[in-house]
Design a protein around this ligand. Structure first.
Ligand SMILES: [Zn+2]
Length: 490
């Protein structure tokens, strides 16, 4: 299995520090508002990675922190006149509900800053003792960037160049403009904790170093986060942790790509923020996961209505194929006959998935394999010359392997009928129709046909077609489906 390591900028063979145990840490959310689709991207990426590692048989301990003490949280809580930690707690609960609906499994441990203050203080004391940090008269503690020789190694920034363009008027007590705060002395009307340097609260970067050390030890196997965190956050985590322990903080640094909306960065001022709750009101959770996972986790994703529509189309096709498999299995029994097709891919569903995912968790390739599998299933269904008992054997294998493997991506986990019905109803609503109205039109068309008024019958079919609905006639009557069910292009 290969993992792209941002620190070496190469794909490397994945070897955990200790046997099958994987210690994984991902920087979590600063909980001051509703979680948006960018948070979903990160959570889904590391959910997929941790699930795949477990699928491979590793024993994973996954830690994802919550920043519940921060300027933005304090400002928002003060505005509302509530306690900052209690406000953050409420936002944590809401974010967990959102992520649960997206089928994101909880991390094994979810430390919060407010619960780790003694660990953070002990960490800072260690850095002061080793002369990597200093205390100002005001009671702030600063990390001395130039005391750590490896500073800039992750982001490949030259510490000398970092001096260019920085503020020359230093904050009180700060010795070098590159230094960053480990502990901030309390300001008026702010939540604070007691410390050896007076009342105050931790800086942002120190929390991850302290929580990673406390929960997972000195060296992590995988450290992750959005690629916007590489500098300064992850660079500072390395400086803090490695200065204290003398050990590498992480063996593999992974970074997920970011989300834009219609080609623009998401921001409050542009008014284009898409919260998870809003996305879930419009789209099935698997549609959202598909939109994220059909790109490699390290790639940026541009989200648009068109993107979600493509994911709906793909999933509709996959589920329709699974539904057809289920119907075929219900109607036929296995035999020991052999398929006569030369490209039987039913035995390779799982191995194809593993091969894709072993290459730096390439979920995008794994999803494109699903297209090939569904194409193959539809070919078999159409090929009346194949012995039915042999098709049953192939379909059983495909059905089981899709269910098991794609659970890692959180896809194909619903009964096909339920997924299809949910999408049908959504589509009807958007087209201003109901199931009853479609049924009435089908009956109207049948009557017209009986009267040999084919023009009227065709007109009804045409009308429905324009609304994205196709009709299928058979001996037992006419059924309808969405045009989405046809094989998507590309
Ligand atoms: Zn972090």
């Amino acid at each position: 299995m290969k993992v792209y390591n941002s620190a070496t900028r190469t794909k490397e063979e994945f070897v955990p520090l200790e046997g099958d145990n994987v210690r994984m840490y991902a920087c979590g959310i600063t909980v001051y508002d509703d979680c948006h689709i960018g948070h979903a991207r990160q959570a889904i990426a590391y959910d997929m990675i941790s699930k795949y590692l477990r699928f491979k048989g590793y024993k994973v301990t996954y830690v994802r922190n919550y920043t519940d003490v921060d300027d933005k949280i304090i400002a928002r809580a003060n505005q509302l006149g509530v306690n900052a930690v209690a406000y953050a707690e409420q936002k944590i609960r809401e974010s967990e509900e959102d992520l649960k609906r997206l089928n994101v499994k909880d991390a094994d441990r979810k430390p919060k800053v407010s619960e780790c203050i003694p660990d953070i203080i002990a960490f800072i004391e260690g850095l002061i003792e080793k002369k990597h940090a200093y205390v100002s008269k005001k009671g702030d503690v600063w990390y001395s960037v130039m005391s750590f020789p490896g500073y800039g190694k992750l982001s490949r920034k030259d510490p000398d160049q970092l001096l260019e363009g920085v503020r020359k008027d230093l904050e009180e007590g700060k010795k070098d403009p590159r230094d960053f705060a480990l502990w901030k002395s309390a300001k008026k009307d702010e939540i604070f904790w007691k410390s050896p340097w007076g009342n105050g609260r931790p800086g942002w970067h120190i929390e991850c170093s302290a929580m990673a050390l406390k929960n997972l030890g000195e060296t992590l196997d995988i450290h992750g986060g959005g690629k916007d965190l590489i500098f300064p956050h992850h660079e500072n985590e390395i400086a803090q942790s490695e200065a204290l322990t003398g050990k590498p903080l992480a063996r593999y640094w992974t970074h997920n790509g970011l989300v834009t909306i219609d080609g623009q960065k998401m921001s409050k001022s542009l008014g284009n923020t898409l919260t998870i709750k809003e996305a879930l009101r419009k789209y099935h959770p698997e549609v959202i996961r598909h939109a994220m996972l059909s790109r490699h986790y390290s790639a940026d994703v541009d989200i648009s209505a068109k993107e979600f529509a493509l994911s709906e189309k793909s999933l509709y096709y996959f589920y329709k194929t699974l539904g057809d498999i289920d119907a075929f299995l219900a109607a036929n029994s296995p035999t020991s006959e052999k398929l006569t097709v030369c490209d039987d891919i039913s035995a390779n569903v799982k191995s194809g998935f593993v091969e894709a995912m072993d290459d730096d968790f390439n979920s995008s390739l794994a999803i494109s394999h699903l297209f090939q599998i569904c194409k193959f299933v539809n070919t078999l269904l159409a090929d009346k010359k194949q012995p039915k008992g042999a098709v049953v054997v192939a379909f059983q294998r495909i059905r089981d392997d899709i269910g098991n493997a794609y659970a890692v991506l959180g896809l194909m986990q619903e009964p096909p009928g339920m997924f299809i019905r949910a999408l049908n109803l959504k589509h009807l609503e958007e087209a201003g129709l109901t199931e009853e109205k479609v049924q009435a039109l089908i009956e109207e068309r049948a009557t017209a046909k009986q009267k040999k008024d084919y023009a009227a019958a065709d007109e009804i079919r045409e009308k429905l077609d324009q609304l994205g609905i196709t009709l299928q006639d058979s001996r037992t009557g006419t059924t309808w489906g969405l045009k989405l069910g046809a094989l998507p292009e590309g």
